[in-house]
Design a protein around this ligand. Structure first.
Ligand SMILES: [Cu+2]
Length: 82
């Protein structure tokens, strides 16, 4: 033991934040469905859906694969706008 854990707050991990526009979301159920599917995309650490704006903001450890996000949104039943 006696092993000092690294302080995460001091790590310089660059996070990538990207916003996508999604059509078809009309209520909190839609928001939850999209959030759940997009959260499963590899590397995604946080998903934020803005229902009023129709945007999905994805935070990831490395640039996220747009095609994977599009597939996840499609899986949820909505469409990622180009
Ligand atoms: Cu809905």
């Amino acid at each position: 033991m006696g092993y000092l854990m690294s302080d995460r707050s001091k790590e310089t991990t660059a996070m990538t934040v990207e916003s996508f526009t999604v059509t078809g979301m009309t209520c909190q159920h839609c928001v939850n469905a999209v959030s759940e599917e997009v959260a499963k995309v590899a590397g995604v650490s946080k998903v934020d859906v803005d229902l009023a704006a129709g945007t999905v903001t994805v935070e990831s450890e490395s640039p996220v694969d747009r095609a994977a996000v599009a597939a996840a949104v499609d899986e949820a039943g909505y469409e990622l706008v180009k």
